[in-house]
Design a binder for this molecule. Structure first.
Ligand SMILES: [Zn+2]
Length: 128
């Protein structure tokens, strides 16, 4: 159980605290079916079930929300000035408040809160 700073590759693949950017560990609320005897449980519980709506908490900073919000957005890796196509609109990527992304479309600036965009297409990416 290392507190690694590198990218996760297994259970925590593409997971990151949206607040402090820690890549784990995280506390996630799950449900398990276990055998209960008069003197206690038989084992530590088998498969623990949880999903994107499960309560989750960052062990590092205490930030909490639902597990889905701990998805690390690929968009965070896109450099400023990247032009993307999303829902038929073109947006320029740039950094905003608290690491969120502020985008501008045709000169009109917008504050996009939803970092869980799954469907977008990179049209142009500036060289770093
Ligand atoms: Zn955190």
């Amino acid at each position: 159980m290392s507190k690694n700073k590198e990218a996760n590759t297994n259970c925590l693949k593409s997971k990151r605290c949206p607040k402090c950017k820690s890549v784990g560990p995280f506390k996630v609320e799950g449900h398990a079916l276990f055998v209960l005897h008069d003197d206690g449980t038989e084992d530590g519980g088998g498969n623990i079930e949880f999903n994107g709506d499960s309560y989750a908490e960052c062990a590092e900073c205490g930030h909490h929300g639902i597990w889905e919000q701990f998805d690390r957005s690929e968009m965070e890796d896109l450099p400023n000035g990247t032009l993307i196509l999303y829902k038929g609109h073109r947006y320029f990527m740039s950094r905003g408040l608290e690491g969120r992304i502020v985008t501008g479309e045709d000169g009109n600036w917008q504050f996009i809160k939803d970092l869980n965009w799954k469907k977008y297409k990179v049209l142009h990416q500036p060289k770093k």
